[in-house]
Design a protein. Structure first.
Length: 227
């Protein structure tokens, strides 16, 4: 008998602070002694990410639109499918709690950005049907979307690149594409019913601790008993 667990996703465009919030959340849950598994996508150290690395590295073209939304979505979906089978299916189907940094939802944002607005809803419908029904990946119980303006996200990416000496991929270096991702992310959040956390309040950038309290509160409210 399969006892399905919980799956919660932290999502956002590049530079949204999503990964920082993911780490803060994992640390807090660990300190509370709760049993959970953390998962990050893509899995760059695994063979299943080979096409993703080629795509983001510019081997298929030096801008994101060189690969259409459906093909690129398949690159990322295959990596998630491999992760599910190899890493967390057994734990999840025995009732475990999974917290992920990115998921199918990233395709909605980054590949949906390539679609004309009038075709985006059709893409959103195709995407969830493709990964959740046809591929059989679990659908999230909650998606928390870190909503940020593309210009601020771009400044954060540049600062991170300078301070940490981390290179950027073709998604991160294209400001116009990042702007479309922000638009697509908001459309996806509305369409799918994601929980949205605004990273800017009245023109002022919220600090990490404030955002963390909001994110944690959303997860804790899933039911009266917490996670």
């Amino acid at each position: 008998m399969i006892v399905v667990g919980r799956l919660i996703v932290l999502e956002g465009i590049d530079g949204s602070g999503k990964s920082t919030q993911f780490e803060l959340l994992c640390n807090r849950i660990s300190k509370e002694g709760r049993d959970f598994m953390r998962v990050r996508f893509p899995r760059y150290n695994e063979p299943s990410s080979a096409l993703i690395k080629m795509y983001l590295g510019g081997e298929f073209g030096d801008n994101p639109n060189a690969v259409n939304a459906y093909a690129a979505s398949s690159f990322f979906a295959v990596d998630r499918y491999a992760s599910f089978l190899q890493d967390w299916q057994e734990y999840f189907e025995s009732g475990g709690f999974i917290l992920t940094d990115r998921y199918t939802t990233s395709n909605a944002i980054h590949q949906g950005a390539k679609m004309p607005e009038e075709q985006r809803i059709h893409f959103f419908e195709w995407l969830y049907d493709y990964e959740f029904r046809l591929m059989g990946l679990p659908q999230p119980d909650m998606v928390i979307y870190m909503d940020i303006d593309a210009e601020l996200a771009s400044r954060r990416i540049s600062r991170r690149e300078t301070e940490a000496n981390i290179g950027t991929d073709i998604h991160e270096t294209d400001l116009e594409y990042l702007k479309q991702c922000a638009i697509s992310g908001r459309h996806a959040a509305d369409f799918y019913g994601w929980q949205t956390v605004r990273c800017v309040d009245n023109g002022k950038e919220s600090n990490e601790a404030e955002l963390h309290d909001v994110v944690y509160g959303m997860i804790h409210s899933l039911d009266n008993h917490g996670l």
